[in-house]
Design a protein around this ligand. Sequence first.
Ligand code: SAH
Length: 216
Amino acid sequence: MSPADDPPEKMLFQLGLRRRGISDQAVLRAMEEVPRDIFVDPADRDAAWRDTALGIACGQTISQPFVVAYMTGQLRLRPEHRVLEIGTGSGYQAAVLARLCAHVVSVERFRTLADTARARLAKLGYDNVEVVLADGLALGEEIGEFDRIVVTAALPEIPPSLIGLLRPDGIMVAPVGPPRGRQTLVRIQSTPDGVERHELFDVRFVPALPGIAREM
Ligand code: SAH
């Protein structure tokens, strides 16, 4: 679609991201190309291009676009990267990542969400995303190592086991803080001298919970 064919709400969406300080051209392009309206509840299609989080199945949420763009930018993705996402939800963040790196493994604890996101991503042609039903807080080494990790559910603290899945020079971005309050977006960078930690800004995410969900 040429810009002239874009619906006005999509142009406002891009403008809003730029106004809020997203300047990474590759991230902006990915945000433009991923059809957010396909990832929201059909009843919320009209609100899909607004900069707000929206409810999805299983009491979860699709994140606010600004936060998705910001977290993606903080990952400093390169085309060869292998990326882990914890908290597939709708699959939207995974789709944005998939446009900017070689391979995405996205982990979700609700079967319904994992199955729906997997089918949606396949239908849209994102064949470099693997959606896995698992507890992202209890991943074994068999999941492999990653250049980048993004957590999209709130953690009380970053588990050392997750840092252990990062390759040297790896970057992880995660919301850290109490489950029902404000969390802080944290960027962890592994360096030869250990782990560097930067606090970015306050966010509000649904909590990361242990185990595969018993309800569907
Ligand atoms: N990234 C998503 C939004 C995520 S909402 C999107 O773009 O739509 C947070 C998701 O994390 C929810 O779907 C929730 O079920 C999932 N989650 C919470 N704890 C988890 C865990 N331990 N392992 C895997 N997924 C988890």
